[in-house]
Design a protein around this ligand. Structure first.
Ligand code: OGA
Ligand code: MN
Length: 287
């Protein structure tokens, strides 16, 4: 495998592979690179959804797409501004608002009791202006925190809630079924990778507040961490080409979409792997 680095501290691109034609040795290598670098870009993968699903199984158990998202009940999340007739939707359309919600820094499915490990995203239609996806390694961010702050936050937990991230875009964006299916969960503020023991900060748009902390202290801490984490020096910004395939580790990476010309079509297909090694708790135990 031919490897290039994307950011000095995380992320690689791999050339000369076809994800539909991997041998066992290459699959093993890919998992190791994923654990080490947290973000992998493979260009020129003109694949069918079925190929993507089969490839995703290398990393673990696939998520079933939640209600309220295009692709609901399948293994695919369709991120697009095209409606079922192939027309670009208006900015008032739910799909456009979902796009806006994804433009907030986040870790996929951190609001779920079983959060996401890998996300795998295939670029099918790419707008010519804007629409980058940006990545931050929360492992690198964590390494760069002062020791005093690390000590202070190492054992903290945070509340994550789907309705929280959506309400920042539009208070009616969450449907009743999503609201009921995804009550607030408690996640660690620091995720420790079970294989290599590397620590990463774990928060994003779904994070409401720090558990057992005074509200203003929690707001201040999250604001500080958020501003620190998203300094330019920590960001890798990916400019999409059609048939790019991106793989990232939600245990170590936060990401966001960027704005693009809303008149141009964008169509991406995601598969997501469950992080079964890090099951969260519900905030309210009565469930
Ligand atoms: C995602 C996501 C951002 C984008 O696929 O999980 O957040 O650029 N995508 O569309
Ligand atoms: Mn996402």
């Amino acid at each position: 495998m031919l490897i290039n680095h994307l950011h000095p501290k995380f992320g690689i691109s791999i050339e000369n592979i076809k994800i539909t034609k991997l041998n066992e040795e290459q699959k093993f290598q890919l998992i190791n690179l994923f654990e080490q670098y947290s973000l992998i870009i493979i260009r020129n993968q003109n694949i069918k959804n079925e190929d993507q699903i089969n490839f995703t199984k290398i990393f673990g158990k696939l998520e079933i797409t939640k209600p309220g998202t295009l692709g609901s009940n399948s293994n695919l999340v369709i991120l697009t501004n095209l409606d079922e007739f192939g027309n670009v939707v208006d900015t008032s359309h739910k799909q456009s608002k979902n796009d806006k919600a994804n433009q907030q820094w986040h870790s996929d499915s951190s609001f779920k009791i079983i959060p996401a490990q890998a996300s795998i995203l295939s670029g099918k239609q790419i707008p010519s202006e804007g629409g980058n996806t940006e990545f931050v390694s929360m492992r690198v961010v964590y390494e760069n925190l002062d020791q005093e702050l690390k000590d202070k936050i190492n054992n903290l937990k945070a509340i994550h809630h789907f309705a929280h991230s959506r309400s920042k875009i539009d208070k009616n964006l969450v449907s009743k079924i999503e609201y009921e299916k995804f009550p607030p969960v408690i996640q660690p503020l620091i995720k420790i990778n079970p294989k290599n023991k590397k620590r990463a900060l774990y928060f994003g748009s779904h994070t409401v507040h720090i558990k057992d902390m005074q509200p203003n202290e929690s707001v201040n801490l999250l604001n500080y961490l958020n501003e620190f984490a998203t300094e330019d020096r920590f960001i890798y910004s990916h400019k999409w080409k059609k048939n790019d395939l991106l793989i990232w580790d939600n245990r170590a990476i936060i990401h966001r979409g960027k704005n693009y010309n809303p008149k141009q079509a964008r169509y991406l297909v995601r598969t997501t792997v469950e992080d079964t090694s890090s099951v969260a708790q519900y905030l309210n135990e009565k469930r």
